[in-house]
Design a protein around this ligand. Structure first.
Ligand code: HT7
Ligand code: ZN
Length: 893
């Protein structure tokens, strides 16, 4: 397959000014008439017009109303005899396609008897022949015609300008709707929806006094699950106006939910299409985490309206221009909605946890790529945690280096310069810098932009020197970045390091003096050289350094903290992120020591008394938030532990972490009982951060109490847990109780699982949880894989539905290392079979599953050889999609 290089970008030879699309919607043969006006791009040498198309049946091509000659070159329709000169001309293309056979869910497809589209990145070419690239922005008019009874709702981008009945077709009454989008857009933002849908509606008036209609469309029966999505949408509109001065630019803004969707949601102009998972919620069916995800995904798609839609990407290498920036914006939105500062910190810790458990491994593996990649084979493989989450960290560092106000000024300049255009990451960074002359960002811009071009997670090693006589404290920093595929050597980056000093004995935040000036108790040090130092004066006692506060840069920080220093930070650091981080470092150290210990010392306890006491102190702390406590008491994941090791024995990691969990369960038994009792009753259900935090901590307590019961033989807590499962007034409490029974392998779990299924057999999203819980549960002697095989045979399993496939297969292969990495290789055999099977249905989803073995080279034997064999078996298939081919070939390279 062809490799596409960023350096090969050239402007299109033609512009498309207007597109007038007519659809006769029919699941087995949809007719698409595409009438465009085009003109030659005067800046590009004359050349034939090459239009992209995929799985289309071409019936007719007319130029200025006349038949014309054309040829096919692979998937491209090539027109050579076009009018000379720069005058616009009309091109009319008539094609048909088969939505009901579209299992890739790209282009036009059918889900639950309704039509949906997904055009990003290159799905529009599966609807009609087009210059399917983001820098071709056109004005769209769309007419939809369909059976009136089967498809009463007909939606597309923009404003509804006409609708009515048509003459009856052979199968009954038909109708039409005509939509005009008042904004020009790239083809990837096109959307249509047709089906039996109902809407929750809300009229709003913006700050600027404009009226808008907001609509959330779902299947009849789901309307009672749309209130939270609508509230989230209203909050998003208000936030973007308040924080960035960006108003809603449409009379009507629609969200439509579908249960068949490859990703989370899609920001089509004025007609966002969402995976039901990120729309539907009521307290009986959705957990607190679901509520929080809905808020952030609704925000994310809405914020794309400016960062992505009004200003879009020049080419797909610039994907992070819109994705990194929009993730940053949705993270800020969720933080700004938190009433308490501590809840903001919790959100930041959660975001960093995602980055470190998913993006850091990607950056160290075969798919490592810069935030602005240099090449790709299949663009769908580059909707990655690097583009999204690391991209968001790069934007966050820009804000850190220019201040919140300065960043807002930069955004304003960006819109002044580029509204309505398709631009690059360079254009964005230049705008933020130009709006902030004299800032570290402006002064260091070329070097800062290495964050866009260099892959790999940088490491910052810090070392401290205290001179008691001179009362100075010096921190010496050294930065490095490991080689990544195609990038053997790295240049130093601009790394903002937020710092503070904590008194080792007093625990107080020490005032900082630099160059004789008092600078408060927190300082932003900008590391630019490979090695660089900073000296604080008037330091009266040897402090504990609190480095990289708030995770001010996406790096690994190495500092040789003593246990006592980490315990001091855990107890006293005013920065909540570093307080949490200190606990993680202590737990990680214990895990690594235990993993390295001889195998016959398995009975030894990995966690020392000081750590356990510190955890007790956090759990019982009178003022800390429940949500924060829950994060501190969560041990680093098996995946995160594995990343710290050169040689990974997944079963050893699993065993050690399980031992640590059991130690926390038994040593803190009385404390968990206390925590459960104090946090169990939340009163009425509200998914706000404070009450969600209380439920999370109560759920954690229940999990530990059931785990301890497997050790002690106690039947009280499992019994209580089953009762709570039955009586729960919301899904969070119910699911936490179910999880507690399933994860500890208690005999009551089977009964609870059966009840849960019976209660929710008609709720697809809840059944996804039921499948995922069983496939992701802690492995004890290899029981999970046989259970997973049984789940695949369950009548409710459907491989074609991405949510269901993910709930079983991904939960096992990607999220259950202890179950998946089996010494008998059966997990890998299962993985290879599923990748091959899924690839024939939906390559995009298959390629995501294929990533489960990205880190196989780190595995110890016998895992390593077995994993390579499984990868080789997949790679040996000659008819693999480009999607899976790129992933497995890179893994094996
Ligand atoms: N921009 C959207 C990306 C997306 C997508 C990409 C490829 C195939 C299917 C897809 N569905 C959505 C989502 C977002 O980042 O907002
Ligand atoms: Zn996005």
């Amino acid at each position: 397959a062809a490799v596409i290089h960023r350096g090969d970008y050239s402007a299109p030879a033609f512009w498309i000014d207007t597109v007038d699309l007519s659809f006769d919607l029919d699941p087995s043969k949809t007719r698409v008439l595409n009438k465009m006006t085009l003109r030659r791009n005067p800046d590009v040498q004359a050349q034939p017009l090459r239009l992209d198309g995929e799985e289309l049946n071409l019936a007719r091509v007319l130029v200025n109303g006349q038949g014309t000659s054309f040829k096919m070159d692979g998937n491209q329709l090539v027109l050579e005899n076009l009018p000379e000169g720069n005058e616009p001309f009309a091109l009319e293309i008539f094609t048909t396609c088969v939505p009901v056979k579209n299992t890739k869910l790209m282009g036009l497809y059918v889900s639950n008897d309704s039509f949906f589209t997904q055009c990003e990145a290159e799905g529009f070419r599966r609807i009609t022949y087009f210059l399917d690239r983001p820098d071709v922005m056109a004005m769209y008019t769309v007419t939809l015609r369909a059976d009136k009874a089967k498809y009463p709702v007909l939606l597309s981008n923009g404003n509804l300008v006409d609708s009515g009945d048509l003459e009856d077709g052979p199968n009954g009454a038909r109708h039409f709707a005509k939509w005009v989008d008042p904004h020009k857009k790239p083809s990837y933002l096109f959307a249509l929806v047709a089906g039996q849908l109902v809407a929750r509606e809300q009229r709003i008036t913006s700050r600027a006094g404009k009226d808008h209609l907001l609509q959330v469309f779902v299947r009849p029966g789901d309307l009672d699950k749309t209130e939270h999505a609508m509230n989230s949408l209203m909050a998003s509109v208000a936030w973007d106006e308040a924080r960035f001065g960006l108003p809603l630019d449409l009379e009507r803004f629609m969200i439509v939910a579908t249960s068949d969707f490859n990703m989370g949601a899609m920001e089509n102009k004025g007609l966002n299409i969402f995976n039901t998972k990120y729309v539907l919620a009521n307290q009986a069916t959705a957990t607190d985490v679901d509520y929080a995800n809905i808020e952030s995904v609704v925000g994310h798609e809405y914020f794309h309206n400016w960062t992505g839609n009004r200003i879009t990407c020049r080419d797909w290498f610039q994907l992070s221009l819109k994705e990194g920036l929009t993730v940053f914006r949705d993270q800020e939105f969720s933080q700004d909605l938190c009433a308490e500062p501590s809840a903001r910190a919790v959100k930041r810790i959660e975001d960093v946890r995602v980055l470190r458990t998913a993006q850091f491994p990607e950056d160290a593996g075969p798919m490592a790529h810069p935030v602005r990649p240099d090449s790709y084979i299949e663009i769908n493989n580059f909707y990655t945690v690097t583009i999204y989450e690391k991209g968001a960290e790069v934007v966050r560092m820009m804000q850190t280096l220019t201040s919140r106000k300065g960043f807002e000024r930069g955004m304003k300049l960006y819109f002044e310069r580029f509204d309505g255009q398709a631009v690059t990451c360079d254009d964005f960074a230049q705008s933020i810098a130009d709006a902030n002359p004299g800032s570290p960002l402006a002064n260091l811009l070329p070097q800062f932009k290495r964050w866009y071009s260099q892959a790999g997670t940088p490491r910052v090693a810090a070392r401290a020197e205290y001179d008691a006589a001179a009362q100075t404290y010096t921190l010496h920093f050294n930065q490095s970045c490991p080689a990544t595929p195609g990038q053997p050597v790295k240049e130093p980056l601009v790394i903002p390091v937020s710092l503070g000093l904590v008194g080792a004995a007093s625990g107080a935040a020490l005032p900082l003096t630099l160059d004789g000036q008092a600078v408060g108790d927190s300082h932003l040090f900008v590391l630019t050289e490979t090695s660089q130092s900073i000296t604080f004066q008037n330091v009266v006692e040897e402090p504990v350094p609190s480095i990289l506060r708030g995770f001010s840069a996406p790096v690994v920080l190495d500092f040789d903290y003593t246990d006592a220093q980490l315990l001091a930070l855990l107890a006293n650091d005013p920065d909540p992120f570093n307080r949490w981080e200190a606990g993680q470092r202590l737990a990680l150290r214990s895990a690594i020591n235990s993993i390295a210990a001889p195998a016959d010392s398995t009975g030894a306890k990995p966690l020392n008394d000081a750590y356990v006491d510190a955890m007790r102190a956090v759990l019982r702390h009178p003022t800390l938030d429940a949500a924060f406590k829950e994060l501190v008491l969560t041990l680093p994941s098996e995946t995160y532990i594995a990343e710290q090791l050169d040689m990974v024995d997944p079963q050893r990691i699993h065993a050690v972490r399980e031992t640590m969990r059991m130690q926390l369960a038994t040593a803190l038994h009385a404390d968990w009982e206390w925590a459960f009792t104090v946090h169990e009753n939340n009163g009425g259900y509200r998914p706000d951060p404070v009450s969600s935090g209380r439920r999370a901590l109560a759920g954690m307590a229940l999990n530990f109490l059931c785990l301890a019961a497997t050790h002690s033989g106690d039947e009280i807590w499992p019994g209580k847990t089953l009762q709570r499962f039955k009586d729960a007034g919301n899904m969070t409490d119910r699911f936490n109780a179910l999880q507690a029974l399933v994860n500890c392998g208690h005999a009551l779990a089977a009964n609870a699982l059966a009840r849960f299924h019976a209660l929710f057999k008609d709720e697809a999203l809840v059944l996804d949880k039921w499948f995922a819980l069983q496939a992701g549960t802690s492995d004890r002697g290899g029981q999970v894989l046989p259970a997973v095989r049984q789940l695949l045979a369950h009548p409710d399993f459907n491989l074609k539905n991405p949510n269901r496939a993910r709930s079983v297969i991904f939960s096992f292969c990607n999220a259950n290392p202890g179950g998946f990495h089996r010494a008998d290789a059966a997990g890998y055999v299962f993985w290879a079979d599923r990748v091959i099977e899924l690839d024939a249905i939906n390559p995009q989803v298959a390629a995501r599953l294929a990533r489960a073995l990205d880190r196989w080279k780190k595995l110890a034997e016998p895992y390593r050889s077995a994993a390579r064999e499984a990868l080789a078996r997949v790679a040996a298939k000659s008819d693999l999609s480009n999607d899976v081919r790129e992933v497995v070939d890179r893994a094996l390279a």
